[in-house]
Write a protein that binds this ligand. Structure first.
Ligand code: AMP
Length: 515
C-alpha cells in the first residue's frame, strides 16, 4: 500500500506537500519522496524512512516551486529493501516526467518486456511503478510524434496517452504525475480499485489551487482546501501550471469497484473515500457484525465488548451499543514504540505484539470478553492477544472480525501473506477459533460488508473483494499467477533473511507497523 499526493498552487508547495504526506504516513512507512516543479526543472528528494526522517530543512529549502507531487511507500512489489525504489520516479523523455503510484500492476512482466525490448527504454529497478511510468512516457511520445507540433504538448495528447495506457495496463493504479513545463496529471485505473480524490482551494484573489490525493485528509489538513470529488474509475485530470483544469474519462467499460480493505483497515477514519466516511462505514460494520454475534453467542455470555486498537474502534463501539453491552478499553496501545527491527519468528512477533499492546488486568479479571478486530490475516496477532487477555484474567474470550475471512492474497497493492499463511485458508471459523485459542470466532459476512459500503454510496458498481472471495476483477489472475506470487515472495524473503527461515512459515507481511 502507498499514498500519493499532488498540488498545483499559487504559492510554494513544499510545506503543504510535507504536511499532507505526514497525513498519509499510515499508507506507507518504508520510504517517502517529494518532487516539485519550477518551469521546466524538477527538484526531487526521496529516500527510505518515515516522512520526518527523510526530509531535513536543507532538503525542504531545495524543493522550490508552486507545483509538486509526493509519495509514501509500503513495499508490495519489487525489492522491498531498496532505496532506489523510493518514488516518485523520473524519465527524461518526452519532456521530462515524474510519477508516483499507489497500487500494484498484475501484468508487469508483459509490460516490462514491451518497455525493454520494443520501446528500448531502460527500467532501473524492479518496481512496477517505474514500468508504468515508462509505458506512459512511451504512449505520450507516440501521441506527440504523430502531432504536427511535437514540441507543443496538448491536453488532448496527454489524455490520449492515458487512454492507450489503460488498454495495456492491468491491475490497480492511482497515479499522480507531472510533465515538465506543463502541469500535473492524475489518473485512476478503470476499476477504481485504489482511491484518488480531487480537492481545491479558492484564494481571495480569485485564483484556484488544486490538490489530488489518495485520501482527502492529505489536503483537507491544509488550510482552505476542500474535497471537490473523487476521480471516477478510468478518469484522468490535468491541471496546467497556471491553474487551468481539464478532465476526461479515458477507459472503455470503466466500473467503479473500490478495494474493500480500504474501508476495513487501510484508510484513516477521518477520510472520505469514494464519497464514504470511513468512520461511518466502520461504525455500520459494527451493526451488521452485532447481528451475526446475536446468531452465534448467547448474549448473557458476554460481559464486555472491547476494541483491539485502533482500526476496529468504531465497529466495536457500535457493536457494543447494538448488543446493549458495556464498551471498555482494556487494551492500551503504545504510540511511541520505535521500530522493533523485526526478524521473522514467533518469539519476535510475540515480543512485538506485547510491546505494542498491553492489557489493563482489572478490565479482564473474571470477565467474558468479546474482542473486536478489523480483520484476522495470519492470525498471529490475534493469538497473542487472546493469550494476553487470558493471562490478564479473562474467563471466556470471543473474537469478532469486522472483515470476512481473508482467504486469498491481495494482488492490487495491499501486502498480504501468501495463501498458505492465511489462517482462514482451508479453515472454518471454529477451526480458526481453535488456532487462536479463542472460545468462538465470528466473521462479518461478505454480503453484509458490501451492503454496508453500497448503502453509503449507491453509485459504487462493484468491489475488489479478492482477498475474501478469490474473485480478481481484472480477470488476469489465476492459479498460476498466485503460485508464482507465492514463490516470488519466498524468494524475496530468502534474499532478505536466511533461507532456513522460510521453513518457519514466515511472511513479508511481518511488518512492525501493522495493526
Ligand atoms: P494477523 O492476523 O496477525 O496477520 O494480524 C492482523 C491485523 O494486522 C489486522 O487486525 C490488522 O489490524 C492488521 N493488518 C491487516 N492487514 C494488514 C496488512 N496488509 N499489513 C499490515 N497490517 C495489516
Amino acid at each position: 500500500m502507498c499514498g500519493v499526493l499532488g498540488f498545483v498552487a499559487n504559492e510554494a508547495v513544499n510545506q503543504i506537500l510535507y504536511d499532507g504526506l505526514q497525513m498519509l504516513q499510515h499508507r506507507g512507512q518504508d520510504a517517502a519522496g517529494i518532487v516539485t516543479l519550477t518551469g521546466n526543472r524538477f527538484h526531487m528528494h526521496k529516500g527510505k524512512g518515515m516522512v520526518r526522517e527523510v526530509f531535513r530543512t536543507r532538503n525542504m529549502r531545495e524543493l522550490v516551486g508552486n507545483a509538486g507531487i509526493a509519495h509514501v511507500r509500503y513495499p508490495t512489489a519489487g525489492n522491498a529493501g531498496s532505496s532506489a525504489e523510493s518514488q516518485p520516479f523520473y524519465v527524461s523523455s518526452p519532456f521530462g516526467i515524474v510519477l508516483a503510484h499507489n497500487g500494484n500492476l498484475t501484468n508487469t512482466e508483459e509490460l516490462y518486456d514491451s518497455v525493454y525490448k520494443t520501446y528500448l527504454r531502460h527500467v532501473n529497478t524492479q518496481s512496477d511503478s517505474e514500468v508504468l511510468l515508462n509505458v506512459f512516457a512511451h504512449e505520450l511520445r507516440q501521441q506527440v510524434t504523430q502531432s504536427p507540433t511535437p514540441h507543443q504538448l496538448s491536453v488532448a495528447s496527454i489524455f490520449q496517452a492515458v487512454t492507450e495506457l489503460h488498454k495495456r495496463v492491468r491491475g490497480a493504479y492511482g497515479v499522480v504525475a507531472m510533465i515538465a513545463g506543463y502541469g500535473m496529471l492524475a489518473f485512476r485505473d478503470p476499476n477504481g480499485i485504489r482511491p484518488l480524490v480531487l480537492g481545491k482551494r479558492e484564494n481571495a484573489d480569485g485564483t484556484v489551487d488544486y490538490a489530488v490525493a489518495s485520501e482527502n485528509i492529505a489536503f483537507t489538513c491544509v488550510d482552505g482546501f476542500e474535497i471537490v470529488r473523487d476521480l471516477d474509475a478510468g478518469e484522468a485530470v490535468f491541471i496546467t501550471l497556471d491553474g487551468q483544469f481539464f478532465s476526461q474519462h479515458c477507459a472503455e467499460n470503466a466500473k467503479l469497484s473500490p478495494c474493500l480493505f480500504e474501508f476495513v483497515y487501510f484508510a484513516r477514519p477521518d477520510s472520505v473515500v469514494d464519497g464514504i466516511s470511513i468512520y461511518q462505514a466502520r461504525a455500520n460494520m459494527g451493526i451488521t457484525l452485532a447481528e451475526k454475534v446475536k446468531q452465534h453467542i448467547n448474549l448473557d455470555d458476554i460481559d464486555v465488548v472491547m476494541t483491539i486498537p485502533d482500526s476496529s474502534r468504531p465497529s466495536a463501539m457500535e457493536l457494543a451499543k447494538h448488543l446493549n453491552k458495556p464498551y471498555r478499553e482494556g487494551l492500551i496501545k503504545n504510540r511511541y514504540i520505535g521500530r522493533t527491527f523485526i526478524m521473522p519468528g514467533q518469539a519476535t512477533r510475540k515480543k512485538s505484539v506485547r510491546q505494542k499492546l498491553s492489557p489493563i488486568p482489572s478490565e479482564f479479571a473474571g470477565k467474558n470478553v468479546l474482542l473486536v478486530d478489523d480483520s484476522i490475516v495470519r492470525g498471529t496477532t490475534s493469538r497473542e492477544i487472546v493469550d494476553m487477555v487470558r493471562a490478564a484474567g479473562a474467563k471466556k474470550v470471543f473474537f469478532a472480525s469486522a472483515a470476512p475471512e481473508v482467504r486469498y492474497p491481495n494482488v492490487y497493492g495491499i501486502d498480504m501473506p501468501t495463501r498458505e499463511e492465511l489462517i482462514a485458508n482451508g479453515r472454518s471459523p471454529s477451526q480458526i477459533a481453535q488456532e487462536i485459542n479463542a472460545d468462538l470466532c465470528i466473521f462479518q459476512d461478505l454480503s453484509d460488508l458490501e451492503n454496508v459500503i453500497r448503502e453509503l454510496n449507491p453509485k459504487i458498481q462493484g468491489f475488489d473483494s479478492s482477498c475474501f472471495s478469490g474473485c480478481y476483477i481484472t480477470g488476469d489472475v489465476d492459479e498460476d499467477y498466485l503460485n508464482e506470487l507465492s514463490a516470488s515472495k519466498k524468494r524475496i524473503l530468502a534474499e532478505k533473511y536466511h533461507p532456513t527461515l522460510i521453513n518457519h512459515n514466515v511472511s513479508i507481511n511481518d511488518n512492525e507497523d501493522a495493526a
